[in-house]
Design a protein around this ligand. Sequence first.
Ligand SMILES: Nc1ncnc2c1ncn2[C@@H]1O[C@H](COP(=O)(O)OP(=O)(O)OP(=O)(O)O)[C@@H](O)[C@H]1O
Length: 259
Amino acid sequence: MDLLLDSLTVAVDGQRLVDALELKVGHEEVVGLLGPNGSGKSTTLRCVYRALAPTAGRILLDGEDITIMDRRACARRLAAMTQEQQVALDFSVAEVVAMGRAPHRRDHERLTGADQELCHQALAMLDVAHLAHRSVLTLSGGERQRVLIARALVQQPQVLVLDEPTNHLDIHHQLALLGLLRRAGLTTLVALHDLNLAAAACDRIALLREGRLVTVGPPAEVLTPELVRAVFDVDAVVVTHPRTGTPQLLFDAPAGPLG
Ligand SMILES: Nc1ncnc2c1ncn2[C@@H]1O[C@H](COP(=O)(O)OP(=O)(O)OP(=O)(O)O)[C@@H](O)[C@H]1O
């Protein structure tokens, strides 16, 4: 299933937060959305998971406009892990993950054996099986993030939208998630801040600045010192990882106040 952002525009008070964004995520492709703070990454993703209605433009799943799609039908195809997902109630980890099955079940229908098996697999895959009976309110930031990714996976979507899924994760779990994304075979749009993780995890990278697409392409074509300087205002040296062959950036240590 492919995801197409067709001239996506979000304007608030006359200001374009996302400006005529044109981006296609191909079937089972992983595309990273990168850009400085405030460049429009989350706003774009919010439109894709339908938390925000675009001002103009369309979002298409295999050619079908998601804004007119039945909500449950959409949730069977597309799952998201977002910045705004809060689990404020005292549910257990197992219960929260099982909520991911809701689009596939009728109201109040019990989980089938197959549903339970899926939940067990996702809990194990995200290394949260040992927390299954804990209240989500007691989790650390990284544990909660992994639980929410497990919930998105049990939705069995074909399209996955992730907003900074690694920002609370330690390096072990960052790399594990990256491996999972590579193997999952899902059409994935993921906002990331870590350029090196993006280079390793993504088939292509879309660079945003001030709501506009600067460029999109394979990591080696996008993560050049020139583009990184133009978009992020930092100097970087690009090296090739000796074992994986992916481009990796080395940054100069900061030498002054923020700004
Ligand atoms: N409802 C709103 N009203 C006004 N401005 C908004 C609104 N929502 C977002 N913005 C602004 O739109 C811009 C883009 O925000 P967005 O959250 O999409 O950026 P981002 O690229 O995800 O940033 P970050 O890297 O900091 O998470 C920001 O300047 C933000 O302040």
